[in-house]
Design a protein. Structure first.
Ligand code: SF4
Length: 356
């Protein structure tokens, strides 16, 4: 069944809608450009579609009703948005205003793929609140469209990079995530370069293999955080079901097929995974792969009293030692610490106050 949210539809599906309405095929292309290229939020904005056509269209279709209900701006320019969905649920996305080489602006958005998450990672606020439901493709791209719409009204640069690293495990909602990526990459839509899209998984081996087989040239990141099964299982329950051996086999498969470097995320937690022994374990685990380790000093999560952020010096010492051990790595720039930057924190806070 076709989703009533037009943001979920590709041009082929819009052509089907248009045909049902007995309108001409070229209307589908126009509709696609308005919805996915120009991010309209009201039917009336689609000025060349004709009043009768729009009136007919609005009987069965809508523009998703994603609404920004909260915006937090960090001292470093990072912005966090809480979006309300049509059923009253809410998801977060985070806009990071980086400046890359030659001071070229490079706005990156971190989007959610599910409401809540079933994976239960101990260091993650979303993981503590449980799974609610998958997002549709329209609700995924809607996060980018709503923020872009807002940026346009403020005369700011639009979004150039998309990272699937917000709430939810993208491979457990793969069909909708795949569709959203295709929509974002469409030249008549946002036209975001495929290599400017990244996806982060907590280690769903089957999903990694599917991505390899799909031929999508996006960047793959794997949340690793520990290099032995016993330690990883303590912080990431998924490791009980998909242990490191299985995960690494899927990563090798991906690398052979996609011929791309893999990023491994390593949330550095004081006293938990930051020892010299941990560095040797990482070296052993990753030695066969072309990879990069992204060290992320963990954000404090109020509900998890056993996880502590490491000191700056401990972070740089860890990175130095890892490089010395022959592992390519960098420390991720810290963003939005003062605005509950970690995934799920804003939604959790607002839900506790009973605001949705
Ligand atoms: S870190 Fe990602 S996979 Fe783990 S619980 Fe949080 S949202 Fe889910």
């Amino acid at each position: 069944m076709i989703d009533s949210n037009l943001r979920s539809l590709n041009e082929e599906e819009m052509a089907h809608v248009v045909k049902e309405m007995k309108a001409q095929r070229f209307r589908a292309k126009q509709l696609f450009e308005w919805v996915h290229g120009k991010n309209v939020t009201e039917f009336a904005e689609m000025s060349n579609l004709g009043k009768n056509f729009l009136a007919d269209l609005s009987k069965n279709y809508d523009l998703g009703h994603n609404k920004i209900i909260k915006r937090q701006v960090s001292a470093d320019g990072t912005e966090k948005y809480l979006l309300e969905l049509s059923d009253g649920e809410a998801v977060e996305c985070v806009l990071m205003r980086y400046r890359g080489d030659f001071s070229k602006k490079r706005n990156t958005i971190c989007v959610s793929s599910q409401v809540g998450c079933a994976m239960g990672c101990t260091f993650c606020a979303t993981g503590q609140s449980g799974f609610v439901r998958n997002l549709s493709a329209g609700e995924i791209v809607g996060q980018i469209y709503e923020v872009n719409h807002l940026l346009a009204t403020e005369g700011a640069e639009s979004i150039g990079n998309v990272v699937f690293m917000g709430m939810g495990e993208p491979f457990l909602n793969w069909d909708n995530v795949y569709k959203a990526i295709k929509l974002l990459n469409d030249k008549n839509g946002q036209n975001i370069g495929i290599r400017r899209i990244s996806l982060s998984t907590c280690g769903i081996a089957e999903g990694i293999r599917k991505l390899a087989d799909s031929g999508l040239d996006i960047t793959l990141a794997v949340s690793l955080h520990a290099a032995t099964d016993s330690e990883r299982s303590k912080i990431m329950p998924i490791n009980e079901r998909i242990p490191l051996g299985e995960l690494m086999a899927a990563c090798s498969y991906y690398q052979k097929k996609a011929k791309k470097r893999i990023t491994f995320e390593y949330a550095l937690m004081a006293g938990k995974n930051d020892s010299a022994g941990n560095i040797m374990e990482l070296k052993n685990l990753l030695k066969e792969l072309d990879c990069h380790v992204n060290i992320i000093p963990v954000n404090p999560v109020a509900d998890t009293k056993s996880i502590f952020r490491p000191e700056k010096k401990a972070v740089s010492d860890f990175a130095k030692a890892l490089k010395k051990a022959g592992i390519n790595c960098s420390v991720r720039e810290e963003k939005g610490l003062d605005i509950d930057g970690a995934c799920g924190q804003l939604r959790g806070k607002i839900a506790k106050k009973g605001l949705f």
